[in-house]
Design a protein around this ligand. Structure first.
Ligand code: ZN
Length: 426
């Protein structure tokens, strides 16, 4: 209890948190492979070392580099609308891809099934939906459904008038279809009429080449060889500051490091901070990290606490990845900290915690604004994901809860950790 109130006082007095958040936003959208991403890593490394007096270590992460040179769509009226190529989209042929467009609305499995005979040879149009809500159908599932049904292109319309939407296509390598985010106005211009399906021309120009980024780790050892891994992803999307997703999580991690650094040596378990990248590349950085761990190393990790999009709303949820036995401990820590927390149990493969969970390591994602369509999180992946959507008080609350969860997990009795592990439902 005194430990928690001590944490509260430290984080309340932490003026660096807001400065860190702004400095990370100043780096830009941090798309993997850009100077923006590299500058953000350098900034995080310097600030984390200053906070802990611990040197970071980097693991090289090879991945298939990709960048978009241009993306646009010619609408039936002949005018051109802006597009945002989805990450790892294939390019269109020179001259573009011209085809009829079939609007499948939200893009549910039912809509794909009902139009199974209409999709082949056409461009599928679906809607982006709030990502942090129960029942959300991830963009990558819609892309895969379009690909499997024989579509020749994929368009996804964002929620914000006048703005396109970004995100990953879900393609790893090999074949795929051109895929881009568009504005809601462009989607409206692609509606079916009495004359039939509208025809559009999609142009996407890309460059692909092998690339390398890194995972940046900081080990603050405890009394045993066990760890709690605190993680956040560095990369984001161009065209915005990627402020909520995920400058908020990065700044909160730095605040947790400052709050706990002097205490960890007395904890049963240490804190390992992991800054991952290529999260927007289908969680590549964390997948690479977890895959390289031996079974013994996996057993030394008691919990992964992954901070992704923890500002933009004062309402926090813990996505517990099926680890039901974690939930009472999280709720106890939240109540002791005076913070309302909702727990959401199904495994959601929407951030790096999923790779820990799939390897049998208890894992949770802390996220703000879950299931709230009015929260600022609705702007994530749009050009409006900017720092003005986040309040300093939201970051302090997220940092406090994260620090309290990490400290509690570092000191949990071994039998509790054993319960967390065995409790995962599939
Ligand atoms: Zn994210």
């Amino acid at each position: 209890m005194s430990q928690i109130s001590n944490l509260g006082a430290r984080i309340a007095a932490d003026e660096q948190l807001w400065a860190d958040f702004n400095a990370i936003c100043d780096c830009g959208g941090r798309l993997a492979g850009t100077d923006s991403e590299r500058n953000a890593f350098a900034l995080l490394e310097a600030r984390a070392e200053a906070a802990t007096q611990v040197r970071g270590r980097s693991i090289a992460v090879p991945y298939r580099g990709w960048s978009a040179k241009s993306a646009r769509v010619r609408l039936p009226g002949g005018q051109w609308a802006a597009g945002h190529a989805l990450v790892r989209s294939v390019a269109t042929p020179s001259g573009g891809l011209t085809a009829e467009v079939i609007d499948l609305g939200r893009g549910t499995p039912e809509e794909f099934a009902a139009h199974a005979d209409d999709i082949r040879g056409r461009i599928v149009l679906v809607r982006h939906e709030p990502m942090f809500a129960a029942g959300t159908i991830h963009r990558r599932r819609k892309y895969m459904a379009a690909l499997e049904a024989g579509a020749v292109g994929f368009l996804i319309a964002g929620p914000v008038p006048g703005q396109t939407v970004a995100g990953s296509s879900g393609r790893h390598d090999g074949p795929g279809i051109p895929a881009a985010g568009i504005t809601p106005q462009a989607a409206a211009a692609l509606r079916r009429t009495a004359r039939g399906w509208p025809t559009a021309t999609l142009i996407i120009e890309t460059e692909e080449a092998p690339a390398q980024t890194r995972t940046l780790l900081f080990d603050l050892p405890g009394r045993t060889g066990e760890w709690v891994v605190l993680s956040a992803h560095v990369d984001g999307h161009d065209g915005s500051e990627s402020a909520m997703d995920n400058a908020s999580g990065l700044a909160a991690v730095l605040a947790v490091m400052r709050a706990l650094a002097s205490q960890v040596t007395e904890f049963r378990r240490g804190v390992r901070v992991a800054f991952f990248s290529v999260e927007e590349w289908a969680l590549t950085g964390s997948a690479h990290y977890v895959a390289a761990l031996s079974q013994v190393e996996r057993r030394t990790i008691a919990l992964n606490v992954n901070l992704d999009s923890v500002g933009g709303s004062g309402n926090l949820a813990a996505l517990t990845s099926g680890f039901a036995e974690l939930e009472p401990a999280l709720l106890r820590v939240a109540e002791t900290s005076g913070i309302a927390l909702r727990t959401v149990r199904p495994l959601m493969q929407n951030s790096d915690h999923a790779n820990f969970a799939l390897a049998g390591i208890p894992a949770l994602r802390l996220v703000a604004g879950f299931d709230d369509p009015h929260a600022n999180l609705r702007y994530v992946l749009t050009p409006s994901d900017t720092r003005d959507k986040v309040e300093e008080s939201e970051l302090k609350q997220a940092a406090l809860l994260s620090a309290a969860i990490v400290a509690d997990a570092c000191n949990a009795p071994p039998q509790d950790v054993w319960q967390w592990r065995r409790g995962r439902s599939s």
